[in-house]
Design a protein around this ligand. Structure first.
Ligand SMILES: *[C@@H]1O[C@H](CO)[C@@H](O)[C@H](O)[C@H]1NC(C)=O
Ligand SMILES: *[C@@H]1O[C@H](CO)[C@@H](O)[C@H](O)[C@H]1NC(C)=O
Ligand SMILES: *[C@@H]1O[C@H](CO)[C@@H](O)[C@H](O)[C@H]1NC(C)=O
Ligand SMILES: *[C@@H]1O[C@H](CO)[C@@H](O)[C@H](O)[C@H]1NC(C)=O
Ligand SMILES: *[C@@H]1O[C@H](CO)[C@@H](O)[C@H](O)[C@H]1NC(C)=O
Length: 445
């Protein structure tokens, strides 16, 4: 196994936030490491670790979180790191809601070909969740073998969008590997954010959701419902590649009827380049343009292929950040619409802690669709979970704005995040950080 490594300590003027909301300037070193792991022949994956950065706690007293981005083909090392939860934002300014205050973070560009990860052969891209999971297991085995100090630290996987589906698959494989003794790590739980667990339940909920918030009229609802039924028929016949195409067609019907609603946040302005390539009429290209390209905007791409690449030093010349994301996406097209509710059930049965969190303003993976698949769980404690009364959460004791609702029973928890779209940590950074502390048992409400 080839392992290429980088290690660095960056002096950083950090803006640390106190519980009261007061902001305090403090100088702290940012400790980080990164590297490549060859996970199969012609397939190499890039990871980037930041050690927790907390004024009073050593990283050994805080958990380790692996962050998985969606797409498939969107980069955690790029988007998740600089646009959502990492120590610096895309302008390289400190982010005061970085999750590093609560945990060490391991970003991994997965599947193979995403971000700085690469395939040397067009046949080396993953085509299904099982390859995605087994590739990640190779990486994690190498990571925990080479960073022994993390073997006993509580380990969580947090995810977003398609990353949630991958998180579920990877979590189950990781659980099995720990049981069989083939990997040493203290795995506790998976957190599924706006996650693509049951694609059909998401698609079927779009019409009612949009209608309920006046983004569809009666006629629009009829059209969206008809398009969604076509997706349902294809999924029921297990014609998954066709279902992916019909999914794209349903999005088109929604765009036509809503004057291009933003799929990631129904209250956000439509993206300026949303209509840029109307001449292209291939459903996969459209899907890629809607769901992967926005996470590779020019400014982020310039940052990753410019200063970041220079800093990392180990990115091979033939690799461009984001250069293979289209191939990553199209190779996974046959897997895209497959549900993984059964995998979530297996995790619950295995006593893995499962957290579901969802942004109220997300359309692509709206909350109604999540509740629909949760109702289908075979988990014997589901009834007790449902009988819990949800609790309102606030970002601070002084705040009077409800920031989220929360419910949990044994190893299942659900967070309804208010005023957030698909990218919860970008939209509601403080609430997201509070949730991380709560999920990892650092703070009780
Ligand atoms: C982070 O900074 C923003 C902008 O300066 C501020 O509005 C917000 O309250 C800060 N968050 C915290 C947790 O202090
Ligand atoms: C990919 O190809 C490059 C250039 O030929 C080579 O240096 C690298 O080791 C290869 N990586 C893998 C994983 O095959
Ligand atoms: C690796 O990629 C090269 C170049 O595409 C190809 O010739 C070779 O067969 C691949 N190796 C394996 C084991 O797939
Ligand atoms: C897209 O292609 C389909 C089939 O080739 C065609 O029926 C349809 O009119 C095209 N739509 C646009 C907007 O060009
Ligand atoms: C897993 O979740 C349960 C229920 O919330 C909690 O009691 C337990 O402490 C969690 N485990 C860890 C290690 O956080």
């Amino acid at each position: 196994m080839e392992l290429l490594l980088g290690q660095h300590v960056t002096p950083l003027l950090f803006l640390l936030t106190l519980g009261s909301g007061a902001v305090l300037k403090q100088s702290k070193d940012l400790e980080e490491a990164w590297g490549y792991v060859t996970v199969r022949s012609n397939a190499s994956m890039f990871w980037w670790l930041y050690y927790a950065n907390n004024p009073t706690k050593n990283f050994k007293e805080l958990p380790l979180i692996m962050w998985l981005q969606g797409g498939p083909g969107a980069s955690g090392c790029g988007y998740g790191n600089f646009e959502e939860i990492g120590p610096l934002d895309a302008e390289l300014k400190p982010r005061n809601t970085t999750w590093l205050q609560a945990a060490s973070i391991l970003f991994v560009d997965n599947p193979v070909g995403t971000g700085f990860s690469y395939a040397n052969d067009s046949k080396a891209f993953a085509k299904d969740l099982s390859t995605v999971s087994s590739d990640m297991l190779v990486l994690l085995k190498e990571f925990f073998r080479s960073k022994k100090e993390f073997q006993t630290i509580p380990f969580y996987i947090f995810s977003e969008s398609y990353g949630g589906k991958m998180a579920a698959g990877i979590a189950l494989e990781l659980y099995k590997a720990i049981q069989s003794g083939s990997i040493e790590c203290n795995f506790v739980g998976a957190a599924l954010g706006d996650s693509w667990i049951s694609p059909l339940d998401s698609v079927l909920s779009w019409g009612p959701y949009l209608y309920s918030i006046s983004l569809l009229d009666d006629q629009g609802l009829v059209e969206v419902t008809a398009a969604a039924k076509e997706v349902m028929n294809a999924v029921n016949r297990r014609q998954y590649a066709l279902a992916t195409e019909l999914w794209s067609a349903t999005e088109e019907v929604i765009e036509q009827n809503t004057d291009d609603v933003n799929f990631y946040n129904i209250l956000a302005k439509k993206s300026p380049d949303g209509k840029a390539s109307k001449h292209k009429n291939i459903s996969l290209i459209k899907l890629y343009q809607r769901h992967v390209e926005p996470l590779h905007k020019d400014s982020l791409s310039d940052l990753m292929n410019g200063p970041i690449r220079k800093k990392l030093k180990i990115i091979p010349d033939h690799v461009t950040w984001g250069g293979q994301s289209g191939e990553v996406f199209s190779n996974m097209a046959g897997d895209f619409m497959k549900p993984v509710i059964d995998i979530v059930d297996a995790l619950l049965a295995a006593k893995v802690n499962v957290t579901i969190y969802n942004g109220q303003l997300d359309l692509i993976v709206d909350t109604m669709g999540q509740e629909a698949w949760v109702r289908k769980l075979k988990w014997p404690k589901l009834k007790q979970f449902n009988q819990q009364k949800w609790k309102a959460l606030y970002v601070s004791p002084e705040s009077t704005d409800t920031a989220a609702f929360h419910k949990s029973y044994e190893n299942l928890a659900f967070y309804w995040i208010l005023r957030a779209g698909h990218m919860v940590p970008s939209d509601q950074g403080e609430m997201a950080l509070k949730m991380v502390r709560s999920v990892t048992q650092q703070k009780h409400w």
